[in-house]
Every structure is written in structure tokens, then in C-alpha cells.
Design a protein around this ligand. Structure first.
Ligand SMILES: [Cu+2]
Length: 189
């Protein structure tokens, strides 16, 4: 099912989706960026235009960088440089999809379904206004379920930010709940 409203295109069933990083992007998937501690910026980048009818869609959507370091209390900013919507959602290490089946099932049996439900509690637009920041646990990014939503570049919703409130020494795992092969980590200093 595809829901489209207000510039967001959300793919909730991806059973036919084959994903992969193009060679030109492979070197950027897990790059580390240290912005000096207090702030970090993660971009959603890539394309999903490689399409062979009745065969596959190849997506190069990914987080850039895939790993950031930020101080406790620092700001994480999420910027969408693509033509689709994305989330930057904290999940447990165990819930990070590790296989194609995990990715395909993320909305049904994995962590993606509850995250999308939290961002779109009244359905996908125009049924209801999306919730751009989902907070669980304490204020800020600290526990699984905390999530940022951004819209396509040029939509007016392409930047979102949050305070990283997890304790120093924590490693946070994040995924995009819409494209669950998009994955990364935050090292909290
Ligand atoms: Cu995404």
C-alpha cells in the first residue's frame, strides 16, 4: 500500500522491494563524522529510481553519515535531501533489521509499524496531520521509539532536530521506519 499526502510518500508494504547500495555510495554508508561534540547532522540521501518492472526497485537511500558522535545534551539535526519522506528512529540493537526478510517485515512484525503509527496516529495525510517528533521515555533522544520525521526536500518539512539526552557512553541504534535498510548509530559522548 502506498499512502500519499502532503508530500509524504510512505511505503508500508515492501514485499517486492529489493534494496541495495550502489557502488558509488557504498563507501559512504558507515562513515563517521564528528562535528566537535555538541551537534551532529545526519542527512537522508540517495535515489530509488532504478526500477525493472516485475523484477525490482533498487534504492540507494541511506543516512549520511551512518555514524555520528554527539555529546550528551547536544543537538542532532536530521535533513532530508531526497524526494521521499524519512524517519530517524531509535530502535534496540536487536531490532535493527539484519536480513532482507527483516526489512520487508519491519512494518508488520518489526519495530517500524509502531513507529509509523506514532508519527501518523490519524492515518497518512490527508487523514491527519503527522507528528514530526515522537518522544518515549524522558525528553529528547534516549530510548527506542524516539523518532524524527522529515519530508521531501523542498516540502518545508525537510529539517528536524532533537536533543540527545541519552547518557554519555551510550550507543544508540537508528533506522528509517519507512526504508528499514537505512540504518545508523549515534555515539553519545
Ligand atoms: Cu527513509
Amino acid at each position: 500500500m502506498k499512502g500519499k499526502l502532503g508530500g509524504f510518500v510512505v511505503v508500508t508494504v515492501m514485499s517486492l522491494l529489493v534494496f541495495g547500495l550502489g557502488g558509488a555510495h557504498a563507501d559512504t554508508e558507515h562513515t563517521t563524522e564528528d562535528n566537535g561534540g555538541h551537534a551532529a547532522e545526519v542527512h537522508a540521501v540517495g535515489l530509488d529510481t532504478v526500477f525493472a518492472p516485475n523484477q525490482f526497485i533498487k534504492s540507494t537511500f541511506h543516512f549520511k553519515p551512518g555514524h555520528v558522535s554527539v555529546d550528551h545534551g547536544g543537538t542532532l539535526t536530521f535533513v532530508d535531501d531526497t524526494t521521499d519522506g524519512h524517519t530517524l528512529s531509535l530502535v534496540t540493537a536487536a531490532d535493527v533489521p539484519k536480513t532482507a526478510a527483516d526489512v520487508n517485515n519491519c512494518g508488520d512484525t518489526g519495530p517500524c509499524g509502531p513507529i509509523l503509527q506514532a508519527h501518523f496516529p490519524h492515518g497518512f495525510p490527508p487523514a491527519g496531520t503527522p507528528v514530526p517528533v515522537v518522544n518515549q521515555g524522558g525528553p529528547g533522544f534516549d530510548v527506542p521509539g524516539d523518532s524524527l520525521l522529515v519530508g521531501p526536500k523542498g516540502s518545508g518539512f525537510e529539517v528536524n532536530s532533537v536533543t540527545v539526552s541519552a547518557p554519555s557512553g551510550t550507543e544508540l541504534h537508528f533506522i528509517c521506519a519507512i526504508h528499514a535498510w537505512m540504518q545508523g548509530t549515534i555515539e553519545v559522548n
